[in-house]
Design a binder for this molecule. Sequence first.
Ligand SMILES: [Zn+2]
Length: 111
Amino acid sequence: MVKPGDRTKKKKFRKTTKGKSKRVFERGTPGKQSCGLCGKPLHGVPNHKPKSDILKLSKSEKRPTAKHGGVLCGECRRNLAEETAKVVSKAKSVEDVSIKIRKYMVKGEKK
Ligand SMILES: [Zn+2]
């Protein structure tokens, strides 16, 4: 029986040294990372590399150092900062901000 963890992996047949074919499950490479709000592909994040290669990179090579970098795209980050500033300066109440954006607001900034 196939292990439950192998069901989604790609199946390949390899020849062994004895000449028989053996079933091998291959690990796929991670796909493109997308923005948490709009779903656009993120910039500055390594794509289509095996996990072992990504682990060797430095922290700054894995994601942008900006706030919410590696989670939200640049456009959504700017939008979030604007909405947060409006809430902090009391030009807008938290209830007026859409629920999607509210999720990413820092708790201290929500008041
Ligand atoms: Zn976005």
